[in-house]
Design a protein around this ligand. Structure first.
Ligand code: 13P
Ligand code: SF4
Length: 326
């Protein structure tokens, strides 16, 4: 029985029995219920360590399409759980906290994009995966940071394109694909914050370090980067590089997997422009905790549901992207 108090909060706020082996219990519940836990690289390390699979947004969508589990628990943010539901509508999709939104997805309300689209007839719409299902339903194709360049390159050079919602990723794509896509004015509150001055200082103090940046960062940060890529691409670069030190301009949760794959290398998170903290964390991703994950598996709630017609309309551009990414 799901209490009204939990429904109001958007997560199950039940105390965990004392002395419980939380990780062991999560794994036991997964086995008992044929559930799979997916986690994004930006979640807390404790979540990544208990998950069945950790990945970037593209890999998480690909797994959701293939898994034969009955239940998917998405430890990430809401649009990722929606993508899972769209790709596997017959499965039960759960998210430990319904409040795990995304500032970038929120910067593009479906009604406003529909209006913008109507004002620009003849334009194709390419949307970043960090969007609501309702926005995806308005688009021709979805991209993630891993495949964005290849997807944009797949359009004829003279195609008129609207790119939404991330203006930084869109600007980067315009530069590398030599296009002039119309850009939605959206952004991620975490990636917009990285301090150019502090990267310059860090580079001066660590002269051999490579700067790694996610394409959601501002153009000034990207200009200082030795490598620009998705979370998965940044990880691979760090693994293969001969460098020993890296200055990392993306959400600091990724350092957990970086350190795991390359224990002998040093990873320095870029601090934000403001605030006392030395790292950048996505507050939405950090809403995923072991306690909430345990309760979610136990009660099979919060559940992510979408209308059948919305699933159908949002699925087309995602499947198109997955086909192109094989
Ligand atoms: P990835 O596509 O690299 O997983 O990034 C997702 C995201 O939310 C970046 O902020
Ligand atoms: Fe959204 Fe930014 Fe968090 Fe990624 S880091 S989930 S883009 S708010």
């Amino acid at each position: 029985m799901i209490k009204q108090e939990w429904k109001d909060k958007g997560f199950i706020d039940e105390a965990i029995p004392a002395g419980i082996d939380l990780k062991g219990e999560i794994r036991r519940l997964c086995k008992e219920k044929n559930a799979v836990v997916l986690a994004h690289y930006y979640t807390d390390g404790t979540i990544q360590d208990v998950a069945d699979f950790v990945g970037d947004s593209l890999a998480l969508a690909q797994i959701a399409e293939k898994t034969d589990a009955d239940i998917i628990v998405m430890c990430g943010v809401h649009f990722m759980a929606e993508t899972n539901k769209i790709l596997s509508p017959e499965k039960k999709v759960l998210i430990p906290d319904l409040n795990a939104g995304c500032s970038l997805a929120e910067s593009c309300p479906a009604g406003e994009l529909a209006k913008f689209k109507a004002e620009h007839p003849g334009y194709k719409v390419v949307a970043y995966v960090n969007t609501s299902a309702a926005v995806k339903a308005l688009t021709d194709i979805v991209v993630t940071s891993t495949n964005a360049r290849a997807v944009v390159d797949s359009f004829p050079k003279d195609e008129k394109i609207i790119f939404a919602p991330d203006k930084n990723l869109g600007g980067y794509l315009n530069a590398v694909t030599h296009r002039n896509m119309l850009l939605w004015n959206g952004g991620c509150h975490v990636h917009e914050q990285f301090s150019i001055e502090k990267i310059v200082e860090l580079k001066a103090a660590h002269t051999d370090a490579k700067v790694l940046a996610h394409p959601e960062c501002k153009s000034g940060v990207l200009a200082l980067a030795d490598f620009i890529g998705s979370t998965a691409a940044i990880l691979t670069y760090a693994e293969k590089s001969d460098a020993k030190e890296f200055i990392v301009a993306t959400e600091s949760g990724i350092l957990h997997e970086m350190q795991k794959r390359c224990p002998e290398k040093v990873f320095i998170p870029v601090p934000p422009t403001t605030g006392p903290c030395a790292c950048n964390e996505c507050g939405y991703m950090r809403l995923n905790t072991l306690e909430k994950l345990y309760n979610t598996l136990k009660y099979e709630w919060p559940i992510v549901e979408l209308d059948e017609s919305l699933i159908e309309d949002a699925k087309r551009p995602i499947v198109r992207m997955l086909e192109l990414s094989k």
